[in-house]
Design a protein around this ligand. Sequence first.
Ligand code: ATP
Ligand code: MG
Length: 372
Amino acid sequence: MIRFQEVSKVFPDGFKALDNITFHIDEGELFVLIGPSGCGKTTTMKMINRLIEPTKGKIWIADKDISKENPVELRRSIGYVIQHIGLLPHMTIGENVALVPKLKKMDAAKYQKRVDELLSLVGLDPSIYRDRYPAELSGGQQQRVGVIRALAAEPPIILMDEPFSALDPISREQLQDELIRLQQEIKKTIVFVTHDMDEALKIADRICIMQKGKVVQLDSPEHVLRHPANDFVRSFIGEERLNAAGVLPDIEEVMLKPVTAGPNRGLAESIKLMHKHRVDSLLVTGANDAFLGIAKVWDIQQHYREEELTLKDIMTIDVPTIQIGRSLAEAIELISENKVAYLPVLSDEEKLVGVITRASLVDVMANKYGNA
Ligand SMILES: Nc1ncnc2c1ncn2[C@@H]1O[C@H](COP(=O)(O)OP(=O)(O)OP(=O)(O)O)[C@@H](O)[C@H]1O
Ligand SMILES: [Mg+2]
């Protein structure tokens, strides 16, 4: 949806705020930019709506080079929320929220209705708040209005630069919850800047961690917690959060020795082997333990009468596997996403080195969280 391609920014005073950053933001993603003060978060964000132009590199939105777009038009298609929301003081809340829809000449009856819906959505009763002026709202309420104002024209992209940072912890938590709920409903592409790691971990689909104008890690919250890219990220997350996240054992510690068979093994023999080891599948391996596929007892049974067949004819080739260096969390994800009972573990040379089963995972969980 949004793509930065080798983007750098050098300000007129010679300061290099962004140093050759490349990344993309998916459609419908809640993408969080995080990093210490001055690392370039706001600069990055303002390039998306062309409040700042890159010195070098290109930015694409929906495969269009935005340097060729009309900046005013561009900004109307992008909602923007900043820390001090800047509601227009002489306009009512309703008028503030309806501002962009009005500019875009949307149908008045329609956007008036939407304004009320949005107010209700963030817990502001429209009959009470629609006709008030910004000064008659608390800071937290104004910030909510700032958020829904950015949504009112239904822009496909919304930029939020530390929108909650001026709020007290409770309003802040509430707004985070509301944002998560809202996002599930509207599914926009949201770029959210914060320097609060708890906020990032809570709301992000992916977190982009920046340091001195560079991207140092871009990953899901889960992955950032489990695999901080370097010491800077570790210290930025903080040992406390890393410990609280809990560390699962490595795949090596959990995987079992697979029951294997060669591709040319006959079906009757295979059934015998399964029975002997009390398993319902065999992992089929070729020369040098190369992983070839999985043969399941039901597939064997279906073809049992066809005497000339061997495992290579009935095995399933297209199965999810996991590389030995990956995390157990990823293994769990793969197993549950693909609804498989087995996950073959492969070495870097694609050799079969083990298997993770649902049962072996239950054992791990019981050890970790058990006593029950
Ligand atoms: N117009 C400018 N001219 C010169 N330097 C600038 C300009 N705007 C920003 N900078 C510098 O570029 C760097 C990045 O600024 P930016 O506003 O992107 O930081 P940030 O990550 O958003 O920080 P914060 O968390 O404090 O908001 C800072 O060192 C800042 O001083
Ligand atoms: Mg900033």
